[in-house]
Design a protein. Structure first.
Length: 318
């Protein structure tokens, strides 16, 4: 009997341990399932991104940066949209108003509008391709209405027109055009060489005009200087002769004051002038050969006679 009771107690104890093990396993399974459900349900959206959540294949909501939850096997993340600014470069060959073919390079910066993330995903399959088509169409409309010079001068106006046109079209699909730039307008090499030749000719023409103007000013200035020089020389010569005449008059008066008659006075004055001329010729640095009667008073008498005859002839002609 005692052995039977002991066996019954041992059996009960074993049954209790088995029940506890089963309960522990069940709880572990429940915990694992809950954790798995939580892992599947919780998701984190990084900064500058937006997740589109669909429920049973239909759009449900848009989730932005942060931690969020979804119903497992019911909700799914269909799209992870980048909210940062993207850039698209477009290279297009077109013709200007003056029939010059140019290659235009434009850069457009665009992004998804945070308020229209779902529209941007569901309405437009290829945003970059659609934006490229709109930009090429806008450029083909803007460039041909301008000449080559106007196209270079009005690049900012062209960019503004393209941005306005493309921005209005892309806004219908949930995109915002941030900025459009015309980075290059390149004509062909032949056109560039022709433009360089034209500019060089124009600059040479302007340089020739400026040189002619400078030469004219130089000639006018030199002529004015020569005229002023001649005037001053004339005034100086007149003053010099006036002073000589005044000196001669004073000399004549002085000689008459001491009792000399006019003939002797004239001889003295002329003789002094003769000596001054001879001294000037002798002191002149220029190489000259002057043949004059230098015997005195014979040579002086000849000069005096010639001068007297010249004065008498002048008086008779008057």
């Amino acid at each position: 009997m005692g052995g039977t009771v002991c066996d019954d107690a041992r059996c009960a104890q074993n049954k209790g341990k088995t029940s506890m093990s089963s309960a522990f396993v069940v709880w572990m399974v429940v915990i694992v399932v809950v954790v798995a459900i939580l892992v599947v349900s919780i998701f984190v959206v990084p900064q500058q991104q937006a997740y589109i959540v669909e429920r049973f294949g239909k759009f449900h909501k848009v989730q932005f940066a942060g931690i969020h939850m979804k119903i497992p096997f019911v909700d799914r993340i269909s799209m992870k949209t980048n909210m940062r600014v993207n850039q698209l470069n477009v290279k297009l060959e077109t013709k200007t108003l003056d029939n010059v073919f140019v290659t235009t390079v434009a850069s457009t910066q665009f992004r998804v509008n945070p308020e229209n993330v779902a529209t941007a995903y569901y309405e437009l399959r290829d945003p970059a391709g659609q934006l490229r088509s709109y930009m090429e169409d806008a450029l083909r409309s803007a460039i041909p209405s301008l000449t080559l010079d106007d196209a270079f001068a009005r690049k900012d106006d062209i960019a503004a027109d393209v941005q306005k046109t493309v921005g209005n079209e892309m806004s219908r699909f949930g995109f915002t055009v941030v900025k459009t730039l015309i980075t290059a307008i390149d004509p062909s090499t032949q056109v560039k060489n022709a433009m360089d030749s034209i500019n060089a000719a124009q600059r040479e023409k302007e340089a020739t005009r400026q040189r002619a103007q400078a030469q004219r000013i130089q000639i006018e200035t030199q002529a004015a200087a020569e005229a002023e020089k001649t005037r001053l020389q004339g005034e100086g010569q007149a003053n010099y002769r006036r002073e000589i005449a005044n000196g001669i008059v004073d000399q004549i008066k002085s000689l008459q004051a001491v009792g000399m008659d006019i003939v002797d006075v004239n001889n003295v004055v002329l003789f002094n002038q003769y000596l001054d001329v001879m001294r000037s010729l002798a002191e002149s640095p220029n190489a000259k050969t002057v043949v004059l009667p230098t015997s005195t008073p014979g040579g002086y008498q000849d000069v005096y006679g010639q001068m007297t005859k010249a004065l008498f002839s002048a008086d008779e002609q008057k």
